[in-house]
Design a protein around this ligand. Structure first.
Ligand code: N2P
Length: 435
């Protein structure tokens, strides 16, 4: 259903784009947003237009486009110079965009309109954005946190025990052969696998989690590659966004995925009696952050700024969370109140996010991991020139999966098509000859 919706949304967006192209002079009334799929409450987009009109007296038309992979979005801006007004990269991509001068500072002067950004963003998010290494530029001036979460293992409780799921070694567990999906996000997979493989060094204090997040040495890449190639013998495939569906339909039992996807799938599965769960393995993992930025090729900076501001309004943040399963960067009391659920059994220490009084809150621990879980997670960083080596490793790992039979079928199909084309050409010639 979501796929169909996304398709319709993308088609509608494309149509709006065409309309926009027809009237070039209207570009200043168009807001081009480029966001992850399944990452917003769609009604919020319509409401933004009304709110923007109220605040500024100006009309705005939204073109909303979707991506599934950070690098695809980055390439459109870095190489394609596409004129998106606002996009939503992850932490390590924000780092790269800062280093490569691809984004502009976000001016927070909204005149009479309230500034929902400052004062509502959780101090935890601000601290983490301070750690984004922008070569002298502070990420908090150029990016505003949207959602965040962890990378972990979603599992089906009928087939997988919590112990089996609580180690990254599950990716090598023969018991789940053909029932594992891995997120098609090289950076989000590389980090946790490296943490797992370097677990002894971490325990012995030879390296810290943060240092590992910068490690893209040949030796580490080779270790991860070997581990993933072994894992590949067991996996059913790589997924950019269909892992949730595979899990709810019990076509897969294990999914290396993001916490928000897991929350959405757990909820969906529950309604059909399928029990899914999610854990951040004991060895540690990534904690990731996505934020709104304004690329330097943007054509409607004003609407982009207002849109980012609107996304930070606590009621809008809660609605986006409820629609997607992901967790907003907004840490205001309204959000804490909306997300506290007395019917839950667990108490979670979320003081790092909501402040001192929140050290024992009945709240969803997958969305808001306990402080002890966050302590074994670290943020990803851009690998600079080494990104190519990482991408090549990822391609080698995934490429081997390209079945020889698939190649054979493609070649045969191509030959058949060529043959058909030749025969119909000959017939045409003959017909022309007879005339
Ligand atoms: C949701 C995408 C989540 C992005 N489909 C995680 N960085």
């Amino acid at each position: 259903m979501r796929k169909i919706f996304n398709f319709l949304l993308a088609s509608a967006a494309a149509l709006t784009l065409l309309a926009g192209c027809a009237k070039e002079d209207n570009r200043e009334n168009v807001l081009k947003i480029y966001n992850w799929a399944d990452y917003i409450d769609e009604d919020v987009l319509t409401e933004f237009k009304d709110w923007y009109k109220e605040q500024t007296g100006e009309d705005v038309t939204i073109i909303y486009q979707l991506f599934d992979i950070n690098e695809i979005m980055l390439a459109k801006i870095e190489r394609g110079h596409e004129d998106f007004d606002v996009v939503c990269p992850s932490d390590y991509i924000i780092e790269r965009m800062l280093r490569n001068d691809l984004i502009i500072p976000i001016d927070r002067d909204f005149g009479d309109t309230p500034n929902y950004i400052d004062g509502n963003l959780s101090p935890y998010i601000i601290d983490c954005f301070n750690k984004i290494d922008g070569h002298g530029k502070n990420a908090n001036d150029y990016a505003v946190g949207y959602m965040w979460g962890t990378t972990g293992i979603m599992y089906n409780e009928k087939f997988v025990t919590p112990e089996e799921a609580s180690t990254w070694d599950i990716l090598h567990n023969e018991k789940f052969k053909g029932k594992i999906f891995i997120k098609d996000a090289f950076r989000d997979v590389y980090g946790p696998v490296l943490i797992y493989l370097k677990n002894r060094d971490l325990a012995e204090g030879k390296v810290t989690l943060d240092e590992l997040m910068y490690d893209s040495s040949d030796e580490s890449i080779a270790m991860v590659e070997e581990y993933l190639k072994e894992a590949k013998k067991l996996i059913a495939g790589w997924e950019a966004d269909f892992g949730k569906e595979m899990m709810t339909k019990e076509k897969a039992y294990v999914n290396l995925t993001w916490s928000g996807d897991a929350v959405w799938a757990i909820d969906e599965a529950n309604q059909v009696g399928v029990k899914l769960n999610y854990v951040v393995p004991k060895e540690g993992s990534n904690v990731w952050f996505d934020g709104w930025v304004i690329p330097k090729y943007a054509k409607n900076v004003k609407a982009a700024r207002y849109f980012i501001n609107f996304m930070c309004r606590p009621d809008i943040a809660v609605r986006n969370m409820d629609a997607t399963g992901y967790v907003s960067a907004i840490g205001s009391p309204e959000v804490l109140e909306a997300k506290t659920d007395p019917s839950l059994d667990e108490y979670v220490d979320v003081s790092y996010f909501f402040g001192e009084g929140a050290d024992s809150v009945k709240i969803n621990g997958i969305q808001y991991p306990d402080a002890s879980v966050v302590a074994r997670c670290a943020m990803m960083h851009d690998s600079g020139d080494r990104t190519e080596q990482l991408l090549e490793m990822w391609a080698r790992v995934k490429g081997d999966n390209f079945n020889i039979w698939i190649v054979a079928v493609i070649v045969v199909a191509a030959l058949v098509l060529v043959r058909i084309a030749m025969v119909s050409r000959k017939k045409k010639h003959r017909r022309h000859g007879k005339r």
